[in-house]
Design a protein. Structure first.
Length: 406
């Protein structure tokens, strides 16, 4: 009865729908930035390295502010944290197309402001709020819906962006994105944290400091933090630099957009399957398999002769593995420590992810401008796949003693 009660809770369902809309908009806009690089270079004089640096700063700020927005959400409510973040996101996009947008200002707009906006609107905070509404039996399924709908944004945005860049130019394209973000700001009002009587878990009197000490004193949490670094490196290297990589290999710009869209499309299925399997089997085994298969996907992509078919296979296979790490990773955090400080603790795991994202974005551009190709970035990505596949295996998927004795 408890499971059905909380799955059918009106507040839980509204929160789930609103969180899905927020992530759809936030991740959809974020996924397209690599398609703007050539326009930024042509019209603003921004090099590939500096574009990569801006996205790297963006990813780093996303990660650094995630725990802050998580703490705000845990204390004051998810809607307040997410709406505040949307304001930063909107300002970043607005100044990027209509304000000072070269040199340092480019880094501030695309890097700092958009990064702060992503820290509270993208996957970690909305999903953590959803996780608070659902019991362990349903939690990973509910959270996987958030990542799956976010993938629809990944799928639709590159297609629209490729069309709009050719038809309307990059400034007009970004102005449309800004209005989507304003709609997201309105929807964020409905991403509400559960009240004490709505929460499926017992109230905890644990303090923030105690929660942090407990987490960083748990080996499994450290391993999870370390492994999620690799996820960030992978997806930002691919999302940021694959468009130029495939064009350099003789393919068309529409192929680059198609890869990003296929990533979004197949990530829907990968996220849902990961969420389902996480309720049936070991989450750490799921994560280990995902990272190993990512390495295989990259190997085939870079060593097979360039063709549209091989590019599409890569987009589909890597997309299936794209955000499928998120339900299992967040599910392990919630399982081990409970949901009281899920926003903060998952936010810290996600910080590691975004540090990896910084290196994926920046090193990809640096290797390209230094050596004339992305080869060394791909080799590093393959090595990190092996590392991540191994490091998840010692994780212990059991609640801390505090929860087992309550």
């Amino acid at each position: 009865m408890t499971q059905n009660k909380f799955f059918q809770s009106r507040t839980a369902i509204i929160t789930l729908i609103a969180a899905c809309a927020v992530v759809f908009i936030s991740l959809g806009v974020r996924q397209t930035f690599g398609l703007f690089f050539m326009d930024f270079k042509k019209d603003l004089g921004i090099s590939i390295t500096n574009s990569g640096l801006a996205v790297g700063i963006q990813m780093l700020m996303w990660g650094l502010t995630g725990p802050i927005f998580g703490a705000i959400a845990d204390k004051y409510g998810g809607h307040k944290a997410i709406s505040l973040a949307f304001i930063f996101y909107i300002l970043g996009i607005y100044f990027l197309y209509s304000g000072p947008n070269t040199g340092l200002f480019f880094q501030l707009d695309l890097g700092l402001l958009v990064g702060i906006g992503l820290g509270g609107t993208a996957i970690s905070i909305p999903m953590a709020i959803v996780g608070k509404h659902f019991p362990l039996s349903n939690r990973t399924i509910a959270m996987s819906f958030v990542t799956a709908v976010g993938s629809l944004g990944y799928f639709a945005s590159p297609l629209y962006t490729n069309y709009s860049l050719n038809a309307n130019g990059w400034e007009q394209t970004l102005s449309v994105f800004m209005f989507f973000l304003i709609f997201g700001l309105i929807v964020s009002y409905f991403v509400r944290s559960p009240s004490l009587n709505e929460s499926p878990e017992k109230t905890s009197d644990q303090t923030v400091i105690e929660a942090l000490k407990e987490a960083f004193g748990t080996k499994s949490y450290i391993l999870l933090v370390s492994g999620f670094f690799v996820c960030g490196f992978h997806i930002t290297l691919v999302g940021t630099h694959v468009p130029k990589y495939v064009i350099d290999r003789g393919l068309e710009d529409w192929t680059a957009a198609a890869i990003l869209s296929l990533i979004g499309l197949f990530n829907i299925f990968g996220s849902l399957l990961s969420g389902y399997l996480s309720t049936k089997m070991s989450k750490k085994i799921i994560l280990s398999a995902i990272y190993f298969l990512r390495g295989i996907s990259i190997i085939f992509f870079i060593f097979l002769p360039p063709s549209n078919l091989n590019a599409f296979i890569f987009g589909a296979s890597f997309g299936f593995l794209w955000l499928s790490t998120v339900p299992a990773t967040s599910g392990i955090v919630a399982h081990i420590f409970g949901t009281r400080y899920l926003g903060l603790l998952y936010g810290l795991v996600f910080l590691s992810h975004q540090i990896g994202s910084f290196f994926g974005a920046y090193l990809g551009g640096l290797f390209y401008d230094t050596y004339g190709s992305y080869d060394y970035a791909w080799y590093l990505a393959i090595a990190l796949s092996v590392f991540a596949a191994i490091i998840h295996l010692p994780i212990k998927e059991q609640a801390v003693l505090r929860l087992r004795t309550e």
